[in-house]
Design a binder for this molecule. Structure first.
Ligand SMILES: C[S@@+](CC[C@H](N)C(=O)[O-])C[C@H]1O[C@@H](n2cnc3c(N)ncnc32)[C@H](O)[C@@H]1O
Length: 296
């Protein structure tokens, strides 16, 4: 494991990067508050709710044992309160995953590459605002490397924001950004020493529906693209949600070496793993075709 920068205060990370998909956080918080208010109203007007359920039962003509209406009011009130707690928990987990955990995982990914001193070209796929990208750039800077990292994102506005965050982190000279689609990377074969990607690949192909064969095919295509642009001997490190076993299968099919999968980490309320691998120095591309490493 290589040495990396240490973890830092989440307020600093938030101040620089903000939060991706803040609408999701707002949605969760709004509903958590709504359910909290409903639970309090249930408590305050419990007798009135009991009477309401009683009148509801009598309208439907159902004859229930005494106290059933109060039980129904208590039950719905409890469900409302539990929903509020769950929604607050989901919002907290979302925030934690998007800010401090994201930063920690970026550092873990960087440390999955054993030797950064020889890295000249690194690539971050779906770089977003650059938490991972800047962690890589910071590592290159620490090594006094002449290496550079390219952040690829399909959104031009995002790439401009990313360049700003790189400047704030003091690694602007190590970072370039490029607009493009990860499904067809605008780079030649065997170019990068390291390719990384954080909480991104699972989003590819989601327009087909997350669990569809088409979406799986798109994600598989991305794994293929990562392998294609890696130099023989190069290292890939991907942190992603849900579909990591699928990537591992594809990497095995592509005959990658040293495939490692981290322990499960809960992020965004689902399971996530870091998978790292090395492209063999002699990579067999097609039947009978062997690409030799050009570096000596
Ligand atoms: C969740 S963010 C990634 C966060 C980033 N890895 C980090 O560490 O901060 C996902 C990013 O992927 C980009 N993206 C989505 N689909 C893409 C595609 N097909 N090709 C390239 N970038 C894409 C989005 O614009 C978004 O900025």
């Amino acid at each position: 494991m290589g040495k990396t920068t240490t973890s830092r205060d989440w307020t600093q990370i938030y101040a620089i990067y903000g939060i991706d998909q803040w609408q999701t956080l707002l949605f969760l918080l709004f509903h958590a508050l709504l359910f909290t208010i409903l639970s309090i109203l249930y408590l305050i007007y419990f007798d009135a709710m009991g009477a309401f359920f009683e009148s509801l039962f009598s309208v439907t003509g159902v004859t229930l044992p005494g106290g059933a209406a109060r039980f129904a009011a208590g039950f719905t009130g409890s469900v409302t309160a539990i929903s509020a707690v769950c929604l607050f928990f989901a919002a907290a987990n979302f925030f934690y995953s998007a800010v401090p955990l994201h930063h920690d995982m970026a550092l873990r990914m960087v440390s999955a590459v054993s030797d950064w001193s020889t890295v000249k070209h690194a690539l971050d796929l779906g770089c977003g605002r650059g938490i991972l990208l800047n962690a890589v750039a910071t590592q290159l800077k620490k090594e006094g490397s002449s290496g550079r990292v390219v952040g690829l994102d399909r959104n031009k506005t995002t790439t401009l924001k990313t360049l700003r965050t790189a400047k704030i982190e003091g690694v602007g000279e190590y970072v370039t950004c490029r607009e493009g689609d990860v499904r067809s990377l605008p780079f030649g074969d065997n170019y990068f020493d390291v390719v990384v990607s954080g909480v991104f690949v699972h989003t590819v192909g989601k327009e087909y529906g997350k669990r569809t064969v088409e979406a799986a095919a798109e994600r598989t295509r991305v794994v293929g693209e990562v392998v294609r642009v890696l130099k023989p001997g190069g290292v890939g490190v991907v942190w992603d949600l849900l579909h990591v076993p699928e990537y591992v299968r594809r990497l095995q099919e592509l005959k990658m070496e040293d495939i490692r999968v981290s322990k499960r980490v809960t992020a965004f309320m689902v399971s996530s793993h870091i998978v790292s691998f090395r492209k063999p120095s002699q990579h067999i591309v097609g039947s009978g075709e062997v690409r030799l490493e050009w570096r000596c």
